[in-house]
Design a protein. Structure first.
Length: 73
């Protein structure tokens, strides 16, 4: 049985994974942009956001200790 903290971290991880996936949808919207420059800027921002999400997830796993990381992943 996981502790409430591990359960919360697991939920946060799931939400972050969902957000990461939702951000991928921007690639299917290329034709919706009036200018290629706008699309490229948006893709750049999405890449930065996804990179940040990955770093946060990794940091939580490392800083949380073995029992937290086990339940978190």
């Amino acid at each position: 049985m996981n502790t409430p903290a591990v359960n919360r971290l697991h939920l946060i991880g799931k939400l972050m994974d969902d957000l990461h996936g939702q951000l991928n949808q921007v690639y299917s919207l290329e034709e919706e942009f009036a200018e290629k420059r706008q699309f490229n800027e948006t893709v750049d921002m999405v890449g930065k956001a996804q990179s940040s999400i990955t770093r946060v997830r990794d940091a939580i796993g490392k800083k949380g200790g073995k029992s937290v990381a086990k339940g978190y992943k």
